[in-house]
Design a protein around this ligand. Structure first.
Ligand SMILES: [Zn+2]
Length: 602
């Protein structure tokens, strides 16, 4: 009997556990606490938090402060194995991904160097495959790490603007990036965020009509308590459909102000209108930043207003809204209060109550004029496919490639000097594109040996200031991708990159810290491939795209050459000076090659 009793209890407990596990799995808030350690030998200290507002993306990790230094040891955040190594001359530079048994992956970017067996594995991989840059995914655990193992040294590699470590926590399966503060990695911060301005948007049927900037006059703000304020005089609005936006900043200990906030919300009559919470997001969602903010305003004013309403083409998964996607209909003669609340990662908050007084509905002269001005304008719509086609030109946007209706000007302009086509203008200076458009232009006749050198160029307003849009010649057309609404034409790149030796290190001692440096630059299409050979043997060159610098760290190939030379010296045979050959190819196949005779350093 007692056996059965315990069996029953155990069974019921088992059920309870299953229930708890289901609860845990469905509740996104339950992340393991104190499982991941801070990957540097200090308390959490950031130069930039998770979710910061950046050009074309939300910051996908935390930037850990390394006090403007490189070379600090970076530790594995928890036990696991190296699941991916990615090395790029841009982006995260030298990066490591570690998979942990609890279903999460940690990522460490902009490293200067890798450590121990990881460094060895990478060096072998690079020599075996004759490449500096690669992206390798480990199918099974080969390189195991323990929590606190040194995996590398902090650096400034890739597209980094100063020494720091970029740290991420992802869901291994979904690859969604999760806010590390949810795991308890929280820097000290007791400072409340703030709302600097509220913006009011008044809508017409398929776009916005008016944008009124409402600057919060701090002398008009009455303090209710430490972090709650109310605006003294009600804002007068006409009865109509409105949306709102805020300019908000977070202040972190040691950091002036950060554009970005953990959460912000708008309530009307106590009901939720809009809420945005940055717990997690997927990589392919990051570009929704351009729909999340008032992009045209950012383009002209360089200020990021975060909107409290959602455009039709904005599918960012962080929102919770009313049925009208954050828009509010304000009825005539009502008196209401809007409540804006912003909350940072440490739950410091700021609340602003904004009383509004709604007047009668009136015929809006501006609205009428605006609708008139749109007659005859060409428009792309967010939920459909959009195409422009002429005899020699095509431009195609898949559905959901834009966020909102885009009014644009289309024109065919004369062929620019030295170009190989007319200029096709599909222009709107302030509209973002989410998924690049397919674009093709038929070029004028060129010699067949030059066809592979053709590519697309684009500019916004200044025709002299044009840039490469890439693309290739295929079946009589130059085909590429358009990431902007601009002016496009076909041009040619026949100019090879330049190569120059740079002397950064004059030390003549023979040791591992010695390097050769070369500066490589391309005039238009960009660097495609780079290779180096020491006395005809392939050598590994680090490439840093932001400084245009190739670096050869003296390694075993160099040592072998030195020993070879030492032997010849002993045998009194001729000493061959070390010769380095650098070969650089641009994206249009123009090759530059240069040999450098190096001084003998022994
Ligand atoms: Zn970062």
């Amino acid at each position: 009997m007692w056996f059965n009793f315990f069996y029953m209890v155990k069974w019921k407990l088992g059920l309870l556990f299953v229930f708890i596990i289901i609860l845990f799995e469905t509740n996104a808030q339950n992340y393991p606490q104190n499982y991941f350690r801070y990957p540097l030998d200090s308390l959490p200290n950031l130069v930039s938090p998770f979710g910061g507002l950046r050009d074309n993306h939300f910051h996908s990790g935390m930037d850990l402060r390394t006090n403007q230094q490189e070379g600090l040891p970076v530790f594995a955040s928890a036990d696991g194995y190296i699941s991916r190594i990615k090395i790029q001359s841009i982006g995260y530079g030298k990066a490591i991904y570690i998979d942990h048994p609890n279903g999460y992956t940690t990522v460490y970017g902009h490293l200067q160097k890798y450590s121990g067996k990881i460094a060895e594995w990478i060096h072998n991989y690079q020599y075996n495959n004759q490449t500096f840059e690669f992206d390798y995914i480990f199918e099974k655990p080969i390189l195991l790490v323990k929590k606190g193992d040194t995996i590398g040294l902090s650096g400034n590699s890739g597209g980094s603007s100063g020494p720091h470590v970029h740290f991420e926590i992802r869901n291994t399966k979904s690859e969604k990036i999760i806010n590390p503060t949810l795991f308890g990695i929280i820097p000290f911060d007791t400072i409340n965020p703030t709302i600097k301005k509220v913006f009011i948007y008044k809508f017409v049927s398929d776009g916005l009509l008016l944008k009124k900037e409402f600057k919060i006059d701090h002398s008009q703000m009455i303090k209710l308590n430490e972090n709650e304020f109310i605006y003294k005089t009600p804002i007068e609005l006409d009865a109509d459909i409105y949306g709102f936006g805020i300019e908000t900043y977070d202040y972190i200990h040691n950091l002036d102000e950060e554009k970005g906030i953990y959460e912000y919300s708008l309530k009307h009559k106590g009901k939720l209108v809009f809420k945005h919470t940055l717990n997690q997001f997927a990589f392919n969602e990051s570009k929704y930043i351009n729909a999340h903010i008032d992009f045209p305003f950012y383009k002209t004013e360089k200020i990021r207003i975060q909107k409290c309403f959602i455009d039709d083409g904005n599918e960012f998964s962080t929102y919770e809204t009313n049925k009208e996607k954050g828009r509010i209909y304000l009825p005539e003669k009502s008196i209401d209060t809007l409540k804006f609340e912003v909350i940072d990662n440490n739950k410091n908050s700021f609340v602003l109550y904004l009383p509004i007084k709604v007047l009668n509905k009136k015929t809006d002269i501006q609205k009428v004029n605006y609708l008139k001005s749109l007659k005859g304008e060409k428009a792309f719509y967010p939920l459909t496919k959009n195409t422009i086609k002429t005899k020699d030109f095509s431009f195609e946007l898949e559905e959901k490639s834009i966020y909102d209706t885009v009014y644009y000007k289309f024109d065919i302009l004369p062929k620019p000097l030295n170009a190989f086509s007319k200029t096709y203008k599909i222009f709107n200076p302030t509209a973002p594109i989410h998924k690049a458009a397919d674009i093709s232009i038929k070029p004028t006749r060129v010699n067949s040996d030059l066809e592979s050198k053709l590519l697309l160029a684009y500019y916004f307003t200044d025709g002299k200031n044009y840039r490469s849009a890439g693309g290739n010649f295929e079946n009589g057309l130059v085909i590429g991708k358009a990431n902007n609404f601009g002016h496009y034409f076909v041009t040619i790149d026949t100019i090879a990159p330049t190569i120059k030796q740079i002397f950064l290190n004059t030390e003549e001692a023979i040791n591992d810290s010695l390097h050769y440096y070369f500066e490589i630059k391309d005039n238009f299409s960009g660097i495609g491939k780079y290779e180096g050979f020491l006395n005809n043997e392939w050598i590994l060159l680090d490439f840093d795209a932001k400084s245009n610098l190739l670096t050869y760290h003296f390694d075993e190939v160099w040592k072998k050459q030195v020993i070879d030379n030492k032997d010849s010296k002993l045998n009194n045979t001729a000493i061959k000076k070390p010769e380095v050959l650098i070969r650089v190819t641009d994206k249009k196949g123009n090759v530059a090659e240069k040999s450098f005779e190096m001084p003998i350093t022994f």
